[in-house]
Design a protein. Sequence first.
Length: 499
Amino acid sequence: MDILLALKTNAVSVVMAVLALLLLWKIRGKRNSFDRLPPGPAPNPLLGNLFQFSMKEAYKYYLELSKTYGSVVTIWLANTPVVIISGYKALKETMVGLGDEFSGRAIYPLLMKATYGYGVLSTSGHRWKEMRKFSLATMKNFGMGRRSIEERVKEEAENLVEMLKKSEGSAFNPADMLLNAVGNVICSIVFGHRFEFEDPQFKSLLRTVNTYFAILSSPLGQIYNIFPRLVSLFPGKHHQLFKDLEEAREYCKREAQARMNILDPSSPQDFIEAFLLKMNEEKDNPDTEFHFDNLVSLVWNLFSAGTETTSSTIRYALLLMMKHPDVQERVQREIDEVIGQDRWPSIEDRQNLPYTDAVIHEVQRCMDIAPIAVPHKMMCDTKYNGYVIPKGVMVFPLLSSVLIDPNLWKNPNCFDPENFLDADGRFQKNDAFVVFGMGKRACLGEALARIELFIFFTSLLQHFTFKAMVPPEELDTTSINCSFGRMPRTYECYAISKK
Ligand code: HEM
């Protein structure tokens, strides 16, 4: 019996060893086929460079690598090569100069879970071009960058101020109110209506977006993106998220279906209606990208990308104001002098508020919300800097490297609005302000985000002074997590009315 058992165990060990050798051989073969990739640290045969850095702040490792290997570096996430591009010059030459070649979107399992390869954010090639062109044009028609969008943002800013007034005197966490206000702006564009704060559908959508970003930005999200099948076998928060994402998609579908029979071709009332009209227009084209799957994912893309990013930036802005009360005071002085207390801020005020404008830009620079943008993918084999980056390879544009480059900023390592001011105190633009990305895949909602940041921030500081529950020097301004995106901390604070 013992001999039989020993033979069995040995046979299993031999099979395992052969399988491991085959796997290593396959991986070696794959690695050798990428022999003209840019240089990088030596990968482990099975795990690549995975355990050489902290999943919590991978971008710091990438920054270090660029110091050793230069502006194009290859790392291996297990069996997958990733080319990291850093520095303003290299990013401009690739993302802008070779814009088409670098315009693909990497197949990120967590992005795919929410969109199934449809929509704008996680698609490439023809589909992406069609969705992007349509989204930009439609949002422009609904006033993106023009007055009517500004009116929607103002309405939400006024609601937000009223809501904060109710918390007068007691400490509160502003995170949900900010998410609610920013979420309502995108709802009014996409769904044509806003929600009440307590609306259960709205709450559920916002919770899903928030959890989605939290998981995307966490080590769990990173591991899932590398080993999706394996991680799916284990219990964890991701399973509930996947259910919630399905519900969010169902809601978007219901919103679209409800409009099918009430469409007025002469005046679409919202983004969904504009898409449905385009679907009608193209119904005889068998290759059209204007179909239900793209609509549902596109709506989710706009809602998710447009909510968490802007609201967490405002949350971070208020945190920095509490950390730097002198800056907060100077912003309030400028707002008092230019706008006063008797009217609401509007976008035309921006040119007369150079210090406030500089502060908003500096908040975004310091926050560095998307250190590696949203990962790209090569659309074809491309020569760059003497290397060949093959079609399909994932690319991380390391935006962080530009935002903290000492050659491009006066004071790159701390919060200093002077980074955006000239010697006469005028606002000074800087091309190294790349928080919205660079080139063809740069943020589709940049114009909207800029209006929101300005109107929300100035409206809040016009009415309140924000104060922390601890002395400024004890306030922690580091992020909770940072991988795909950066999540600033939540906190409790006081909003002291200025009147
Ligand atoms: C503070 C606010 C925001 C920041 C910092 C930001 C930043 C970014 C960045 C870095 C990217 C990726 C660029 C790349 O792949 O190279 C991106 C993409 C995108 N953003 Fe934003 N974003 C913000 C707000 C918004 C808003 C309000 C919307 C809503 C309309 C939006 C919609 C999108 C979409 C749809 C994409 C994908 C574009 C594509 O793949 O072609 N973003 N954003």
